[in-house]
Design a protein around this ligand. Structure first.
Ligand SMILES: [Zn+2]
Length: 451
């Protein structure tokens, strides 16, 4: 599928404006306006920014690009933002399937983590995850895991953006002994990366049932002082809510509300159990919700009320969760799952449209990161994170509406080009900065040990 991609090193310009790339996609979906699909438009990238979007003939005359790429049958979209995951757990992909959340965590995942997690495990797992994400069009991801410095190193080496939600728990792990130490490590992590334009830091209290009131209050105060997000699993399933009511008399969201956590800084992951009043409270507080449909289905956690959340005006994003409960980190499939599940949950085929889920995976993700001014859409002046997808495959022909085709019939392998910060990370379907054969050999070695 590469023979229709025409590349040249020099343009035929008379005006000669400088650009690193001049890209001519068949369709351009900027995500600036609902349903907008542009044709005959090109995009110019210089260094890490989009410097022009406009009429192809005009830009061809204006620019002398170092590389000109014509992408017939391709749709160009903003980079996909995976708003929740645990990248090192890719090494547990397929390790414990077909189990409910609590026994999955308590009998399989937590014991395996206690035995195997180390800096090396985190580095190798994150590398596997990042390679898979880049290859399927993800340009930014949020990660909650131990040894976040290792994830940061791999992210920087691989040229992908990351928000590291530094984990906080009440109990000891290989990463810290108690809540105070987790929180101290999170603030130190933030100090290390606060001036890095690829890495963001957030507090990652694991869940209401693993973090007690005092550390949650402390996190709330620090997050406000430092102006960084709080990323937490919440209302993941009915059991979590029932146990909380039994133990504390409060639903977890009400407890977080009383502790002062509900604000624009809060990212609520899962939220499958929401009553009408809770949706209203979350909307008024300006929180973001991260929907993880594959993981919720995998663990039979419950159905997120996506259309009701969108109708309430809440910023709804999309995440894969880890490959231990997904079992892939593929935002294209995640969009399809979100759209189909949203219709089913609302009992309305018009609910959670293709455009809605593409917005969840792009601009809404950028908004949750507080980066909607520089990421999430294709616009002049924004950072050059963009993804080209080849629609000339049997499974995605014919094309009436490229947004619908992208969400409902594209496979991840159709991602042909990925730019992050103006650099080409995937070119003609090949990773440019990572070696898949080496990554797979390392993953195989881990599986032999863990099994
Ligand atoms: Zn998770």
């Amino acid at each position: 599928m590469e023979n229709h991609i025409i590349m040249s090193k020099s343009g035929s310009s008379s005006e000669g404006l400088e650009a690193d790339f001049l890209i001519h996609p068949e369709w351009l979906v900027p995500m600036t306006q609902k349903g907008l699909v542009m044709t005959g438009q090109s995009i110019a990238i210089l260094q890490n920014k989009i410097v022009a979007i406009g009429d192809s003939d005009k830009l061809k005359k204006q620019y002398s690009p170092r590389q000109e790429i014509t992408l017939e049958n391709h749709v160009l979209i903003p980079g996909l933002i995976n708003a929740h995951g645990h990248t090192p757990m890719s090494l547990f992909r397929g390790y414990a399937d077909d189990m409910a959340l609590r026994p999955w965590l308590e009998d399989k995942i937590w014991p395996a983590e206690a035995q195997w997690v180390s800096e090396e495990f985190v580095c190798d797992g994150a590398t596997l995850a990042i390679a898979e994400m880049l290859r399927s069009g993800t340009t930014s991801f949020t990660d909650m895991y131990f040894f976040p410095d290792e994830v940061a190193k791999v992210a920087l080496k691989s040229n992908i953006r990351a928000m590291l939600a530094a984990p906080v728990l009440d109990f000891p792990t290989v990463w810290a002994q108690d809540a105070d130490e987790y929180i101290r490590k999170a603030t130190e992590l933030n100090d290390r990366y606060k001036n890095n334009n690829h890495i963001e830091v957030a507090f990652g209290p694991h869940a209401p049932y693993t973090v007690s009131d005092e550390p949650l209050r402390h996190i709330s105060t620090l997050a406000n002082e430092l102006d960084i997000p709080i990323h937490i699993h919440i209302h993941e399933n009915a059991h979590e809510v029932e146990e909380a009511v039994k133990n504390t008399g409060l639903r977890p969201l009400e407890r977080l509300n009383q502790l002062g956590l509900l604000s624009q800084l809060l990212q609520c992951v899962h939220a499958t159990q929401l009553e009408d009043e809770e949706i209203e409270t979350l909307a008024n507080a300006g929180v973001s919700i991260v929907h993880c449909p594959a993981s919720n289905n995998n663990l039979a956690s419950g159905m997120c009320r996506t259309q009701d959340i969108l109708d309430a005006g809440i910023n709804l994003c999309l995440g894969t969760d880890s490959a231990a409960s997904n079992n892939e980190l593929n935002m294209i499939n995640e969009m399809r799952m979100a759209a189909l599940q949203g219709k089913s949950t609302a009992a309305d085929a018009a609910a959670t449209s293709a455009w809605d889920v593409l917005a969840m995976a792009t601009i809404n993700g950028a908004r949750a990161l507080g980066k909607e001014d520089c990421l999430g859409t294709l616009e002049t002046g924004k950072l050059a994170d963009c993804v080209a997808i080849d629609l000339a495959y049997l499974n995605s022909q014919p094309v009436y509406d490229p947004i619908s085709t992208l969400v409902y019939s594209v496979q991840a392998q159709q991602v042909s080009h990925v730019w992050v910060d103006g650099k080409l990370n995937v070119e003609n379907g090949q990773l440019t900065m990572l070696d898949p054969a080496e990554i797979m050999a390392t993953a195989k070695k881990w599986a032999q040990k863990i099994a």
